[in-house]
Each structure stands twice: as C-alpha cells, then as structure tokens.
Design a protein around this ligand. Structure first.
Ligand SMILES: Cc1cc2nc3c(=O)[nH]c(=O)nc-3n(C[C@H](O)[C@H](O)[C@H](O)COP(=O)(O)O)c2cc1C
Length: 188
C-alpha cells in the first residue's frame, strides 16, 4: 500500500511538514510506503485558462503536474495538506489545483484512474477557531471530488504559528501520528 502526502506550505520544516511527518510515520507503522511532495519546491506553472485541455485532456504546460497526478492515482491514499493563508489553502496549493482541470471527470484522457485512491485533508492555522480550517478542508474536498477521489477523513490544527508553538503542544504530534494510523485502517 502506498500513501502520498502533498504539502502546500513554503516552510520546508514548518508546522505542516512536521505534522505530515507524524501522519506519515503512523502510516508507515501500519505497513504503508510513503512519498512526500512539497508543492513550493515543484515546477508548477499557472493555469492560463485557455481550456484546450477540456478537449484534449492535455495541458499546454509541460512541468511537474502530470507526474504528481500520476503519483496520486498510483497511491491508495493521498493526504493533501496546507496551512491557512487568508482563510484558504496557500497560493502554491491553489495553483496546483487550478492545473488539474485536465483530470476532472470526463476531461481525463491521459491518466488512467484506478478508482482505488482515497483522500484525506490536513489544515493548519495560527488562529484558534476550527471554522476557518473547515474552509480549507472544503476546498480540498471539492478538488478531490473532481478527481473522483473520496475524502475519507480530515485533521485540523489550530493555534499554531511559530515552530515553537508545536513543540509546546506535543499532544498535537501524537494526535497526528494516531490520525496516520487511523487513515491506514480507513483505507484498507
Ligand atoms: C501569508 C500568510 C497568511 C496567513 N493567513 C492566515 C489566516 O488567514 N489565518 C490563520 O489562522 N493563519 C494564517 N497564517 C498563519 C499560518 O497559517 C500559520 O503560521 C501556520 O502554522 C503556518 O504553517 P507552516 O509552518 O506549515 O507554513 C498566515 C501566514 C502567512 C505567511
């Protein structure tokens, strides 16, 4: 079983990365092979909105998006994670989502969908209320829905801004690890 985690955070060793690493460990301990992709380190150009991909199933850009989508569909589980930037996913995550029009529903001609992939959402924010993170989860669920991937679970963390905030709340890391383990059970 293979799990892919995709992070939209530009902070390489930031909170999202730390939380994802615990989730990945939980999955590994349940026998999953894990792979991690950081979108801000990937080559992803902006969608130009000219929509030839709706007919051809092929984007005008040749960059990392097709490879990432192939990785998604060859995994049993994809974990999509982002910190909140202005109440939604980061620009890097949104840029990736925009580029997935060729893989929406009937548009998809290039990628072989296995119908085996399930999805999970992770949202991290500085503010205290969970409602804003639910907004990120909705964005991720909407995206996965168009890729015909069901969202099986989500994990949100509030009140985390600087790296020290997370170290002061080790129970959050333990919950992230348990979430990873529970995802393995959800997807088997
Ligand atoms: C440009 C920017 C916008 C942000 N907007 C919000 C926001 O709307 N709500 C919030 O709770 N936190 C916001 N934050 C704080 C981040 O969500 C928070 O620091 C998070 O822990 C960063 O995760 P990371 O270390 O994985 O990047 C923002 C941070 C930045 C840099």
């Amino acid at each position: 079983m293979k799990a892919l985690s995709i992070s939209g955070s530009p902070r390489k060793n930031g909170n999202t990365a730390r939380i994802l690493s615990e989730i990945e460990q939980g999955l590994k301990d349940q026998g999953y092979k894990t792979k991690h992709i950081t979108l801000p380190e990937s080559n992803i150009k902006y969608c130009q909105g000219e929509k030839s991909c709706s007919k051809t199933g092929i984007c005008i850009h040749d960059d990392d998006v097709a490879m990432i989508v192939d990785e998604i569909y060859s995994s049993q589980l994809v974990v999509i994670a982002s910190p909140s930037y202005w109440g939604d996913v980061t620009a890097q995550m949104k840029t990736f989502i925009d580029r997935c029009i060729p893989y929406c529903g009937n548009n998809s001609k290039k990628t072989i969908k296995t119908n085996e992939t399930k999805g999970a959402a992770v949202a991290v924010r500085a503010g205290k209320s969970k409602a804003e993170n639910e907004n990120l989860v909705k964005t991720i669920e909407h995206f996965l829905g168009h890729l015909e991937i069901p969202l099986v679970s989500s994990f949100t963390v509030e009140g985390i801004d600087a790296a020290e905030d997370l170290e002061k709340r080790p129970h959050v890391l333990k919950e992230a690890y348990s979430f990873g383990k529970s995802l393995a059970a959800n997807c088997s």
